[in-house]
Design a protein around this ligand. Structure first.
Ligand SMILES: [Zn+2]
Length: 330
């Protein structure tokens, strides 16, 4: 008999599920497309079914009983204090989503829920580059932009449980419309969709000749394609990432003024583009920092394999609780 926590990373596009052993290894994993569902109940039913399928596969391959210790869930707009997600802009289900109650209809297991970025921060702390650090911020770049803020070894939840929504700080007054309904948020510029929009805006007004993505219609341009093109030296794609770096660097420098972290980590698809983002980002960040913070805070991509930080962090919510490292409770 071996114990496993269920780590669930709920993204706007996909929901990743992993069974994680007590040493922090994701021993099996699966995924369901979040966008396939319009209502919450069938989504949870399929999430539970996938979990039980993974458990059965694991027992078969290991020839040993697998005991699930609980669900750790990282989700956009999740509230650690209430265990609910309310009106997440990037999820298809609206209203109050009570994960504990809904999963409880299928399985009698504890459910610990936190913001997906907080879960990523927890994974980075337990297994990644933030190990041993007491002051750091993790930015998650993907369908949206989130952040998990750790101050003095504590994840910041705040009075609402929703602290750390740095993706929705206003970056550009009266700027692009954001998924949250307001305008000019960082997320509208530094999310995958925001980056694609920047590229398309540049392409429409370009006088620099053709981009290698010129033959692709607007709807077929992905953030990954803009990243691949930049790595091959495409001027428009490089300019896209340079502009993203300027916006993101400014937002990160503003964030440093709140908590003076020693490190900032980036996770998520756009963060894996490498030099086209990271080189101008470090320059922009330093240039926007107040003098007393200069050269005190590093910026690095997550050291965890792609997609693992959130699943591991979510599982850690169950495995380690409040005694496993970072204090979850304020
Ligand atoms: Zn917003």
């Amino acid at each position: 008999m071996k114990k496993y926590a269920v780590g669930v990373d709920i993204g706007g596009t996909n929901t990743d599920v992993g069974l994680v052993d007590t040493e922090g290894n994701i021993v099996c994993r699966g995924s369901i497309p979040t966008t396939r569902y319009t209502t919450f109940e069938p989504y949870i039913a399929d999430l539970v079914a996938l979990t039980l399928q993974l458990k059965a596969e694991l027992e078969q391959s290991h020839q040993e009983e697998a005991v699930l210790t609980g669900f750790g869930i990282g989700a956009p707009n999740a509230n650690f204090n209430t265990g609910c997600v309310v009106d997440a802009p990037n999820l298809p289900f609206k209203g109050v989503l009570d994960f504990n109650k809904e999963i409880g209809k299928h399985l009698a297991l504890p459910v610990v829920l936190d913001n997906d970025a907080n879960a990523a921060a927890y994974g980075e702390y337990i297994y990644g580059g933030a190990k041993g650090k007491r002051h750091f911020i993790v930015f998650t770049l993907g369908t949206g932009v989130g952040s998990g803020i750790v101050v003095d070894g504590r994840i910041v939840h705040g009075i609402t449980g929703a602290a750390g929504e740095l993706g929705h700080v206003t970056l550009i007054p009266k700027g692009r419309t954001c998924g949250c309904g307001r305008r000019g948020c960082l997320e509208a510029y530094a999310s995958a969709r925001g980056i694609v929009r920047t590229y398309l805006d540049l392409r429409r007004g370009s006088t620099q000749g053709e981009s290698m993505l010129a033959s692709l219609p607007d709807g077929d341009i992905s953030c990954q394609a803009v990243g691949d093109a930049a790595r091959l030296g495409d001027p428009l794609a490089l300019q896209t990432w340079a502009m993203t770096a300027e916006w993101l660097g400014m937002a990160m420098a503003n964030a440093v003024a709140f908590s003076s972290p020693e490190a900032i980590f980036l996770t998520g698809g756009p963060s894996r583009v490498g030099d086209p983002l990271m080189a101008p980002l470090r320059r922009a960040f330093e240039s926007h920092l107040l003098f007393c913070y200069r050269s005190t805070c590093t910026i690095s991509p997550s050291s965890l394999p792609s997609g693992d930080a959130a699943v591991l962090g979510a599982a850690s919510l169950v495995q380690h609780g409040s005694g496993g490292g970072l204090n979850l409770r304020d």
